[in-house]
Design a protein around this ligand. Structure first.
Ligand code: ADP
Ligand code: G3P
Length: 496
């Protein structure tokens, strides 16, 4: 029992990572799966793709590491959040493709609920905004559109789940229909203060209670795998939504600690301890973890485009071939030009929430070229992070003055990007040795529950810094650049 298997089921790929009991990664397997866009603004995943890529990467990583399943003490699961599935309890067959968190098809349902004045109650109970991002209106849409679904749901024949529940259902051969508190907190059906499903919200969306999974702590007994899957039953002992798992992987256990994950998008989470801080700046209040029945809350800011802006340089503009080429380009950019790129390609996320906005670039000259575009792209990620941190500061004065930002995700490979981030925040940015923090968080939860990994304190001590970036920019330059960014965002919104 020397290893933990972490399953990280993400938006574009499924990953399986094996950690030893000192929580060092030893092997990784990854598989992408198709994205389905049946209409503008709709995003779906084939539910069976999510399951089969998870099962095959899990098997592959065990083989790659040259281990037997006897070596696996436990499984931890972390997942893309909010994505919504509905399946038949008798056959295990999905009733529809999964509706992905990015999907906007329920904008009208949200708008109607807003018009009827329901948003304040929803935000007070769930900590969320009334937005298609979350699962609640997606479940309603499925029940409204699949023939007989609501009647069958009322009879207890159907199951709803976020991706974690769907994977656990399949891993356990249909024996368990469960989720954890961090995933439940993203459904818009869960009262985060009372820690239970909310009957008033269920009635508002006409969702039968019989559809819902049981909600457990993040480290708990989620069942054991079907013996035929890995040749032996393996206990599933840890579950958390991917951003919450990343916070745990970054050991952000104390109030005031802050992490930001830079993948396709960027998600910043600030630990607010046992305080449920209500946001006046359109951030989300969410459950960071629930361990031993004790809930820790957080403030979250989500940006839709972070690493994706680098993908746009590569695939859209075709001015780079590899993401890493942005570094020499940014270094070579003309210091006398000040291009500002507002990457609102799919609208603006927190703290603006402007789904209708589109991207803009300011300050073009005849000399503007790939180098200036690359620099503006990397800078846009820093500016957007500062927007989130300003909102957090305003929402939680005193508590949220972060000494330091812990970063992770694929984009933190950019030294130039991380240095700019520190410069524009005027705060240190810490990059850990393990940047697969999402999987690390899930592995820690499972390993701790299995009794083979350290407790919270021991794990926090083992967190290792790879590099600290400290601010080098003069305060006047920082202020002038940030003010220019704010003007650019205002102009972008005004132009919509
Ligand atoms: N050296 C780099 N410089 C800038 N961006 C990078 C670099 N390496 C990777 N990225 C960006 O990081 C993102 C990939 O991060 P990852 O955490 O794998 O994302 P996801 O899990 O959302 O698919 C891509 O958008 C890519 O453009
Ligand atoms: O799969 P990721 O890493 O893009 O994360 C998605 C988030 O959980 C959505 O809220």
């Amino acid at each position: 029992m020397t290893h933990i298997l972490a399953i990280d089921q993400g938006t574009t790929s499924s990953r399986a990572i094996l950690f030893d009991t000192r929580l060092h990664p030893v092997a990784t397997a990854q598989e992408e799966f198709p994205q389905h866009y049946p209409q503008a603004g709709w995003v779906e995943h084939d539910a069976l793709d999510l399951w089969t890529t998870t099962a095959s990467t899990a098997r592959a990583v065990i083989e790659k590491a040259g281990l037997g399943t006897r070596d696996i003490a436990a499984i931890g699961i972390t997942n893309q959040r909010e994505t919504t599935l509905l399946w038949d309890r008798a056959t295990g067959q999905p009733l529809h493709r999964a509706i992905v968190w990015q999907d906007r098809r329920t904008a009208d349902i949200c708008e109607a609920l807003k018009q009827d004045g329901h948003e304040p109650m929803i935000t007070a109970r769930t900590g969320l905004l009334l937005d298609p991002y979350f699962s609640g209106t997606k479940v309603k849409w499925l029940l409204d559109h699949i023939p007989d679904a609501r009647t069958r749901a009322e009879r207890g024949e159907l199951a709803f789940g976020t991706v974690d529940s769907w994977l656990i259902w399949n891993l356990t051969g249909g024996k368990r229909h469960v989720t954890d508190a961090t995933n439940a907190a993203r459904t818009m059906l869960f009262d985060i203060g009372r820690n239970c499903w909310d009957d008033e919200l269920l009635a508002l969306l006409d969702i039968p209670r019989a559809l819902l999974p049981e909600v457990l702590d993040c480290a708990a007994d989620f069942g054991t795998t079907r013996p035929d899957l890995f040749g032996r039953e393996i206990p599933i002992l840890g579950v958390a939504g991917d951003q919450q798992a990343a916070s745990m992987g970054q050991a952000c256990f104390q109030p005031g600690m802050l992490k930001s994950t830079y993948g396709t998008g960027c998600f910043a989470l600030l630990n607010t301890g046992d305080q449920m801080v209500a946001s006046s700046n359109r951030l989300l209040t969410t459950i960071m973890s629930r361990l031993d029945g004790r809930t820790t809350y957080g403030l979250e800011g989500s940006i839709f485009i972070a690493g994706a802006v680098v993908q746009w340089l590569r695939d859209g503009l075709q001015i780079i071939r590899h993401a890493a080429e942005t570094q020499p380009l940014a270094e070579a950019a003309d210091p006398t030009q000040d291009l500002v790129l507002v990457p609102a390609f799919t609208g603006l996320g927190a703290p603006y929430w402007r789904p209708e906005s589109r991207g803009a670039i300011f300050g073009l000259t005849r000399n503007s070229g790939p180098a200036e575009f690359a620099r503006a792209a990397l800078e846009s990620v820093g500016f957007q992070t500062r927007d989130l941190l300003e909102a957090m500061r305003a929402d939680w004065p005193g508590g949220s003055e972060p000494d330091v930002l812990r970063v992770d995700g694929g984009m933190v490979a950019s030294d130039w990007g991380m240095q700019f981030l520190s410069d524009i925040l005027g705060a240190p940015v810490d990059r850990p040795t393990v940047t697969e923090t999402t999987a690390l968080g899930a592995a820690w939860l499972a390993g701790m529950r299995a009794g083979v990994c350290p407790d919270q304190e021991g794990f926090a001590e083992s967190w290792q810094l790879e590099r600290r970036f400290t601010p080098q920019m003069k305060a006047e330059t920082r202020d002038a650049k940030y003010a220019r960014w704010q003007r650019a965002v205002a102009a972008t919104i005004a132009a919509t």
